[in-house]
Design a protein around this ligand. Structure first.
Ligand code: GLU
Length: 526
């Protein structure tokens, strides 16, 4: 600790008198009036224009914990790094959250929810630390710091601003005023009293208590260039005054955990419970080894990829949910729960290392999910996707929406036979594209038995019911000395170009008489 600064010097250092006292802030943001055991969580992304699947995973955990405990889930935009900001970044985050059903439900009283709008709060807390000698204005320039760093490296010391390297930590008020008068702009640094020879224990709700060397770095609390806080300081103030009970964040924050606990202790505030999530990994197709999903190399690291390709967001969320709450898949397959939202997420079970996100496994979740969708819902989801991402398909569907509905209704709504050939909305449309003449690709390889097809054509009547239709196929087969399946296969390939399709009778009914006749004729005459 050092001598605290006077109110006048603090006002000059911060460029303004603090708007609030700590007592006023406590009153403005009182402990929440929630029932016992209710979690208050927040998803706190930086608006970088990119939503990582790991962020979605954390947001799911946040949302789930709040929902299952009758608590509150907030979205807080951490926009204090003005250099990294990108237009529309917040929209991308909000849209992703909305698409995946991760609705936040906080009341405005605990806002604002953009850190850039909370400067008064940060400055008020910084003023308290400055007055208590636990923070100080630091006038080191980036060149100064570079020099310090080089010297430290050359001498084999740990780099950073700490102890004797923290030039300004005991700076006098006179010196502060002299430098301010000379136009120098300080950052506000923590006056760290930590000693790395001592251990500090930090509690993670999943990992338990973790011992770290105490932090001795005088880290920056408020930046000099824009007066905005660093993550460390903003998180301290926000999670306290937003009354967050559980912080779910990536394991990359573990190294700064001791600093954060130190800050809470200095303020005399109870820290929230932390849950540091593991990275989301994949098996590298080249090396066969498990590694972190890479923003640069793996399209599936980006949440936008799943939206663009039309993956069912529920299936993605179920899969992520099953990673966080590994018993879900079993409970669902036994029919004990219907959705991930009905399955309890237990803190202790959240994985703490290498959570694997495997696209093949996601396909399984997607097939299962789409398989049980009622046709109207399926049509809506496919159409919504096409409207947003594929104008050509949107126009095609728009011309005759009933046709798509009839196509997708084939073998649907039959709990005994669930179709599992659809994975994404995009692929669903590709899968049924043969229903449109201009997209139909005739099969040039298949060796048709034209005689069978001609005979079928001569007896074909679209009004036949399924039994009558099948009786005709059986009769042709008997007459020509082939198997029933041979007749059906010739028809199937002639009509769809494929050897594997859902129920052929239904396909013909949906295609309609003219299309069936024309396609068979094309083969016969081809
Ligand atoms: N803005 C931080 C990040 O994106 C938030 C970490 C946290 O949730 O506290 O990593």
């Amino acid at each position: 600790m050092r001598t605290g600064l006077s109110a006048d010097v603090i006002a000059r250092v911060l460029g303004n008198r603090p708007k609030y006292t700590l007592a006023e802030l406590e009153e403005k943001y009182p402990p929440r009036n929630l029932s016992e055991g209710a979690f208050v969580t927040r998803f706190a992304p930086s608006p970088t224009g990119y939503m990582h699947i790991g962020g979605l995973y954390q947001a799911f955990i946040d949302s789930k914990l709040a929902r299952q405990s009758g608590g509150v889930f907030m979205l807080r935009i951490e926009d204090t790094d003005t250099k990294r900001e990108v237009a529309d970044a917040v929209k991308i985050i909000e849209n992703s959250m909305h698409r995946f059903g991760l609705e936040y439900n906080d009341i405005p009283e605990y806002g604002p929810y953009y850190q850039s709008q909370r400067k008064d709060i940060y400055h008020s807390v910084a003023a308290d630390l400055l007055a208590r000698g636990l923070a100080y204005p630091c006038f080191l320039t980036s060149e100064d710091m570079e020099k310090i760093r080089e010297n430290q490296k050359a001498a084999g010391f740990a780099t950073g601003i700490y102890g004797e390297f923290a030039r300004d930590r005991d700076i006098s008020e006179e010196e502060i005023i002299r430098r301010l008068d000379a136009g120098e702009v300080p950052s506000i640094r923590l006056y760290s009293t930590g000693n790395p020879d001592n251990r500090i224990f930090c509690k993670d709700a999943v990992r338990g208590s973790i011992g770290f060397p105490e932090n001795n770095e005088d880290i920056v609390l408020i930046k000099s260039n824009d007066g905005l806080p660093t993550y460390h300081f903003a998180h301290l103030c926000d999670d306290h005054f937003m009354r967050t009970t559980h912080v779910v964040r990536g394991e990359e924050w573990l190294p700064s955990f001791p600093l954060h606990i130190q800050l809470f202790r200095m303020m005399g505030w109870t820290p929230p419970l932390y849950i540091h999530t593991s990275t989301i990994d994949k098996i590298d197709p080249e090396t066969g080894k498990q590694r972190k999903l890479s923003k640069r190399h793996d399209p599936e690291a980006n949440v936008a990829f799943f939206l663009q390709d039309g993956w069912p967001t529920d299936a993605v969320l179920e899969y992520l949910g099953n990673i966080a709450a590994s018993g879900y898949e079993e409970a669902k397959s036994k029919g004990q729960v219907k959705s991930i939202w009905d399955y309890e997420l237990r803190l202790k079970k959240i994985p703490i290392s290498g959570a694997l996100f495997d696209m093949k496994k996601l396909e399984w979740w997607a097939r299962e999910f789409i398989g049980t969708l009622p046709v109207d819902k399926l049509v809506k989801l496919v159409r919504d996707w096409a409207d947003e991402y594929d104008p050509q398909w949107a126009a095609r569907i728009g011309d005759n929406p009933e046709y798509l509905k009839n196509i997708l209704a084939i073998e649907r709504d039959n709990p005994k036979r669930i179709r599992k050939d659809f994975i994404t909305w995009k692929q669903t449309l590709q899968e049924v594209s043969y229903f449109w003449d201009d997209l139909f690709v005739p099969n040039k390889e298949y060796e048709f038995n034209k005689d069978l097809l001609s005979t079928f054509l001569s007896t074909f009547d679209i009004c036949d019911d399924k039994d009558a239709w099948w009786a005709k196929i059986v009769a042709i087969a008997a007459d020509k000395g082939v198997k029933n399946g041979d007749v059906a296969m010739n028809l199937r390939v002639a009509l769809t170009g494929r050897t594997n399709t859902p129920d052929l009778y239904s396909i013909m009914q949906v295609m309609g008489s003219d299309r069936v006749v024309n396609r068979i004729k094309d083969v016969i005459n081809g």
